[in-house]
Design a protein around this ligand. Structure first.
Ligand SMILES: *Cc1c(COP(=O)(O)O)cnc(C)c1O
Length: 499
């Protein structure tokens, strides 16, 4: 069955490869599958397959204009020895009803690798399929994690270039080192004198600059985005929820038809939407537990039906979830308003204009699978300590928000359904907060650098340092360009050799 993609705001009938190339629809909407496919293999059969096979069985349902050979090729190039375990996404059990699904075994030790290691291959395959003549130039503004994962994914992928802008004084020392040591002839990393918003605004301006588009097209290039609203990032994420379920089936924890809960530390609502899609294609799911940090817009939305972004932006120890506009929620809104692009557009216009919208009582019923809650900074830190003390297992700050919310859920519901918590980053990536939480007594760590803290954490926990941390100690700095935000377009033209 051919699956076509419609925009949440009206445009209809694109193939999967066209939707991947476009990223965002021209009407401002996000692409969603017109009908939801169902798994063709039984979950029992999938339980005997390795990660790559499960990923193929899931992704082929959505990317129906890719041939078997193309899709298997993309999967083979993505989920290989860049991951430090052949399981790709292993499960770690901490008690009788709780498992952590470790999504951080890829090149940059955060869950963004799960999608960004395959997106470049999906994109270049899509480009060939649609006879795109230009070389794809990925432009990204980053506050840390996405930039490095995108760089690692696109490095040396033929037919692509990637240019990443980051705020020179606005990312952690480890994040900066990870980016400026990036190898690959087609990669460029530029610091800007400004904050993340300046970088983001600069990139958006270039995407909307028709004159610049014309100029680069004449030179044989076109811009594209590796942003999390791309359907090519969402689809690969569905695979690991199916994989997690089938591993619990394989080890006898679950019997056919038994349900699980998924807990997802959430920012842009992409990861949890993938869990929701996993349910719709046939995974037996009880509750989807949406965990927020102190930027708790989603918690308030699930409680009240009102999405309100008019509030202070709080900087937390889980920075990848510091988000007030969860872009991917638009896909859920579209679904629960009866796939009506007119209604969906109206809500999004209200969000843009007034800063808030309220869904109808009928739409609220469509949210019954979801449970939302949040963790304060203190609760996040306490959760890291508690899990370390109870189970000898170390989790990062984002995952801790998930685990802390799960505890609240258990206290409210006494629901002992087997539960899988998405573990979205390696604890080494956020070594300072994690080391503080793991150390029993108050210790002043302010004298130690972030890299020294990763050593300390390794000593405290007995966990080996991940390769990604090891590498950046000795890797030479390959990118040292810093420009003013207003010079971003000229810098891009210069990198592409256009004048
Ligand atoms: C991006 C990110 C998240 C949030 O995921 P969304 O798909 O944006 O909800 C959570 N944790 C980490 C470590 C991340 O990098």
């Amino acid at each position: 069955m051919q699956i076509l993609y419609n925009s949440t705001r009206g445009i209809r009938g694109l193939t999967a490869s066209q939707a991947i190339l476009k990223g965002l629809s021209e009407d401002g909407g996000l692409f969603v599958p017109e009908t939801m496919p169902r798994l063709e293999c039984s979950l029992r059969d999938l339980s005997a397959m390795p990660y790559q096979e499960v990923a193929y069985e899931v992704m082929k349902l959505f990317l129906t204009d890719f041939t078997e050979e193309e899709l298997r090729g993309c999967i083979a190039r993505a989920y290989d020895e860049k991951f430090d375990t052949p399981e790709i996404a292993p499960l770690h059990k901490t008690d009788d009803h709780t498992w952590f699904l470790e999504l951080y075994h890829g090149a940059t030790i955060a869950f963004k690798d799960m999608a960004l290691s395959i997106l470049p291959h999906l994109m270049t395959t899509a480009a060939a399929k649609n006879k795109l003549k230009e070389e794809i130039v990925i432009l990204t503004a980053t506050s840390g994690d996405t930039g490095k994962a995108a760089l690692a994914g696109f490095a040396d992928v033929p037919g692509t270039r990637i240019i990443v802008f980051y705020p020179k004084n606005g990312v952690s020392a480890i994040q900066e080192r990870q980016m400026v040591t990036q190898k690959g002839k087609n990669t460029s990393v530029i610091g800007i004198t400004g904050n993340f918003d300046d970088a983001q605004t600069g990139v958006k301006k270039m995407f909307n600059d028709r004159e610049m588009e014309q100029k680069i097209r004449e030179a044989g290039f076109c811009f594209s985005s590796a942003n999390s609203i791309n359907i090519g990032r969402l689809v690969p994420q569905i695979a690991y929820y199916v994989y997690a379920y089938t591993r619990l089936l394989a080890d006898g924890t679950l019997k056919d038809g038994d349900k699980v809960n998924f807990v997802v530390p959430t920012g842009n609502f992409g990861n949890i939407l993938a869990a929701c899609y996993a349910k719709q294609i046939g995974v037996p799911v009880n509750r989807l537990i949406c965990a927020s940090n102190e930027n708790k817009v989603l918690f308030d939305f699930f409680r009240s039906g009102t999405y309100d972004r008019k509030r202070p932006f709080i900087l937390t120890s889980s920075p990848s979830m510091d988000i007030l506009i969860s872009s991917n929620l638009e896909r859920l809104i579209y679904q629960i308003c009866g796939q009506d692009p007119v209604k969906c557009t109206a809500f999004m216009e209200q969000l843009k204009g007034d800063g808030s919208y309220t869904i109808t009582e009928g739409m609220k019923e469509g949210l019954s699978d979801f449970y939302g809650n949040f963790c304060s900074e203190e609760e996040t830190q306490d959760t890291i300590s508690r899990i370390w003390q109870e189970s000898g297992y170390v989790i990062d700050t984002h995952t801790a928000v998930g685990a802390g919310v799960y505890k609240k859920y258990l206290e409210e519901t006494n629901d002992t359904t087997p539960t899988v918590i998405a573990s979205t980053a390696s604890p080494f990536k956020f070594a300072r907060t994690v080391a503080e939480a793991v150390l029993e007594e108050e210790t002043d760590l302010s004298e130690l650098s972030d890299l020294e803290l990763t050593d300390l954490l390794s000593e405290l926990t007995g966990l080996a340092l991940p390769k990604a941390v090891e590498e950046i100690r000795t890797a030479p700095v390959l990118h040292d360009r810093v420009v003013d935000a207003e010079d971003m377009p000229d810098t891009v033209l210069d990198i592409l050799g256009i004048n």
